[in-house]
Design a protein. Structure first.
Length: 425
């Protein structure tokens, strides 16, 4: 692909900012057009980076003519402004009309399915729709693909993520809405070679996250990987995504809050407002606490955590005390190698402050930047393209390491191989 301008929508947000900063450093041959509805946030984030190569501009995604003008002439559009089930459709349509390749960090199942429907239209227009290229989905897909390639017949694929306590945080509305959907929304997954739907965060299991997390309880989450992986590899028997928060009692709080919103006991504004308040160490509403406490008590009663963890979370919350950030991503694939069944697992390497794995924003933004560099420097591809359909895991992990910040630590750990013993007759 020839060099040109990279337009980043939502550049002032946490993940868009990380994407932009990574590309400012790593793509010196490309211009950067940084777009966001929040002009003051753009100024704050990029005032020291403006040059003939880096420009910023206000963009309201609800104005189609302004969006078309802002994207005109770009070589690649990177869309980081969620919630994607509300924003992705118009951006993708204009990119197809203008013949511009498109990449996003979409983690919504609904808008991922909408991307499927655009496959032929994008292919006919000569446009690549690179959907779901952040942390999860994105990085997780590369972990899974890396393991799948090590087996003759991969059968069951699981990806996993944990978001740790990052301290006092200003949580964006789009992220809050997505979190509510994960906590109790419909979960489209792949079982026995077909799609089924049940409720997100209803099922749980202990997953080998490695590092400080160890074997950690996660919940089946409504995420795009169980949608795109079977689309790319229809022979898979199952595909699922497991996610959760650390510390553990936060999962109960989220579940209770999301269930209250799903059942109409809280409006989306009330649920998101409470979650945003708690994340910035404010008390939040009594209605929000009633829902959250009910979820945490239910989690204890199901044996998913204990009373000590629940009371510890509440006590630390009252004091504004935050523990270490324990985040991670992993994948596990079961399948055949010759006439034996093997289970392969791989996890992210240890977190380094300031490094690639520092926060969910850094790993999402830098993953998006790594994928973008591979697209800009690679062969032309068209149609709907989830990460596992086109990207090479080794090349991707190498790109990620180059964007890792001050830390030179690897971004992935070794592959753990376990032969599954045959059942006794």
């Amino acid at each position: 692909m020839s060099r040109g301008v990279i337009a980043i929508i939502g550049a002032a947000g946490q993940m868009g900012r990380e994407t932009a900063l990574a590309l400012i450093e790593a793509a010196p041959g490309h211009g950067l057009r940084l777009l966001d509805i929040n002009s003051s946030a753009l100024d704050e984030a990029f005032s020291g980076h403006r040059s003939d190569r880096v420009e910023t501009a206000r963009l309201d995604l609800t104005q189609p003519d302004a969006l078309r003008r802002a994207l005109h002439g770009a070589a690649l559009v990177i869309h980081c402004a969620g919630p994607f089930h509300k924003t992705a459709g118009s951006v993708r349509a204009i990119c197809i009309d203008l013949g511009i390749d498109y990449l996003d960090i979409d983690d919504d199942v609904e808008s991922t399915l909408e991307g499927f429907a655009l496959h032929e239209r994008a292919r006919d227009a000569g446009v690549g729709l690179f959907v779901g290229h952040g942390a999860s989905p994105g990085f997780t897909n590369m972990l899974a693909l890396d393991l799948m390639r090590r087996l003759h017949e991969p059968q069951d694929v699981e990806v996993a993520w944990t978001v740790g306590d990052e301290g006092k945080t200003e949580l964006g509305r789009a992220v809050a809405e997505h979190t509510m959907h994960i906590g109790a929304g419909p979960c489209l997954t792949w079982r026995d070679g077909r799609r089924i739907t049940h409720q997100s965060f209803a099922a749980s299991q202990v997953f080998p996250m490695g590092q400080a997390l160890g074997n950690y309880r996660l919940y089946e989450a409504a995420h795009p990987e169980p949608v795109t992986l079977p689309w790319s590899f229809p022979h898979l028997r199952s595909a699922s995504c497991w996610g959760g928060l650390h510390p553990q009692a936060q999962n109960g709080l989220l579940r209770g809050l999301a269930m209250a919103q799903a059942e109409g006991r809280l409006s989306m504004d009330e649920a998101c407002g409470f979650l945003q308040a708690v994340m910035r160490d404010d008390f939040g509403s009594l209605a929000g606490w009633r829902a959250g406490l009910a979820g945490m008590i239910g989690q204890v009663r199901r044996g998913e955590t204990d009373w000590g963890a629940l009371l510890g979370l509440l006590w630390n919350g009252l004091r504004g005390v935050h523990g270490p950030t324990l985040s991670g991503m992993a994948a596990r694939v079961t399948g055949r190698r010759g006439d034996e069944t093997w289970v392969l697992t791989r996890q992210c390497a240890a977190r380094q402050p300031g490094g690639f794995l520092d926060t969910m924003a850094t790993i999402t933004g830098r993953s998006a930047a790594a994928f973008a560099l591979m697209i800009l420097g690679g062969e032309k591809r068209t149609g709907f393209l989830p990460p596992e359909l086109w990207a090479d895991p080794g090349s991707f992990f190498a790109r990620c390491a180059q964007l890792g910040g001050p830390s030179s630590a690897p971004v992935v750990g070794p592959v753990i191989e376990t032969r599954q013993m045959k059942a006794a007759p």
